[in-house]
Ligand binder design. Structure first.
Ligand code: UT7
Length: 337
């Protein structure tokens, strides 16, 4: 644990990776499963199709591939990692953590590993958490992964939720970058009083799995969609403005805005509040649905690999989800030498 002098470095993203399962589930297919239709799904949510984890795969399998790709992108060997954080609501098992499975499969033999649960805000929470270990000098290389197999906790008979979610994984490597670059500011918030609006009621210590809980599908996602919608619209722009102000920036300084991908109407309302053209807003929910903790790193990885993101660009990420939780960060892209 060689210490870096604090306040000399920021933590920045120096590699990105993504993985999506091959199986595509279209709105037309969903139409055959529940009382819904392509038009409703597209106009109310913006989703056209989503990916589904194959029967042989679990969340760690998605996470390992995204993690390997991020490490390769960063030019970092697994042994260099000091920490692996997996943000997920769909761990392979309650324990061991999915992060430990990933740590082993990657060969990150010098790394600590833990899962982080903050609903769909998990990636932003993990990004901020991982960055603290880098700026404090505790670890020089941290792997942060958002990975989900939401199809495994979806009630495929509930049209209000089953059309929304998708599976996937995105990963970033955090390393020290010069002051002025990397994560410039972040905010993490929670309001546990609203926990029941987005919940998996059974399968934990409150309601352990029984025949009845399984029959009643209490181990699947239960959501008050309208309440979550109102909350998301309220906090998205606000959280973005908060982190911009903390970084001494304004919304006109944003080059790319990466919101959590839950509903195109939520995203558009945040863009309006920030007076941002939709060209600066990265959207993938049309193709992948709501992938929870994976949505932001998936969008980031696509933007970086397509060459859209340039050194010096200001990127604002905002997440929200179960808890209820929300969080945002401003990142200045690149690591000049
Ligand atoms: O990652 C964070 C977690 N999730 C979210 O952020 C989701 C936030 N919420 C939303 O995105 C939206 O609230 C939904 C997409 C879930 C729902 O959209 P909405 O505009 O709030 O629709 P609604 O719940 O008010 O439902 C309108 C109508 C209802 O019918 P009635 O009562 O007006 O006759 C629903 O039963 O649409 C019906 N409906 C559907 N119809 C066709 C609900 N789901 C469907 C469906 N297909 N899949």
């Amino acid at each position: 644990m060689a210490g870096l002098p604090s306040k000399v470095f920021n933590a920045g993203i120096t590699g990105v990776g993504a993985y999506l399962p091959e199986r595509i589930l279209t709105n037309d297919e969903l139409q055959k499963m529940v009382d819904t239709n392509d038009e409703w799904i597209r106009t109310r949510s913006g989703i056209k199709e989503r990916r589904i984890t194959s029967p042989e795969q679990a969340t760690s399998d998605l996470a390992v591939i995204a993690g390997e790709r991020a490490l390769a992108d960063a030019g970092v060997a697994p042994e260099e990692l000091g920490l692996v954080i997996v943000a997920t609501s769909t761990p392979d098992t309650i324990f061991p953590s999915t992060a430990c499975l990933v740590q082993d499969r990657l060969g990150a033999k010098n790394a600590a590993a833990f899962d982080l649960a903050a609903g769909c805000t998990g990636f932003v929470y993990a990004l901020a958490t991982g960055s603290q270990f880098v700026t404090s000098g505790t670890y020089k290389k941290v792997l942060v992964i958002g990975a989900e197999s939401l199809s495994r906790i979806t009630n495929w008979e509930d049209r209000k939720t089953c059309v929304l979610f998708g599976d996937g994984a995105g990963a970033v490597v955090l390393s020290p970058v010069p002051k002025g670059y990397g994560i410039l500011s972040f905010t993490l918030r929670s309001d546990g009083s609203k926990g029941a609006t987005l919940i998996i009621p059974a399968g934990g210590s409150r309601l352990p799995a029984t025949r009845e809980t399984v029959e009643q599908k209490l181990h699947t996602i239960h959501m008050d969609g309208q309440e979550v919608f109102k909350f998301a619209v309220r906090i998205m722009g606000k959280a973005a403005l908060e982190v911009l102000a903390a970084a001494g920036l304004e919304s006109s300084d944003i080059d790319y805005f990466i919101p959590h991908q839950a509903n195109i109407r939520i995203i558009e309302s945040a863009a309006k509040r920030l007076v941002l053209s939709m060209e600066k807003v990265l959207v993938n929910l049309d193709r992948y649905g709501n992938t929870s903790t994976a949505s932001i790193p998936l969008a980031l990885a696509e933007a970086v690999h397509s060459g859209r993101v340039k050194q010096g660009d200001h990127i604002v990420v905002v997440g929200f989800g179960a808890g209820l939780t929300w969080g945002a960060a401003v990142i200045k892209w690149g690591s000049p030498t």
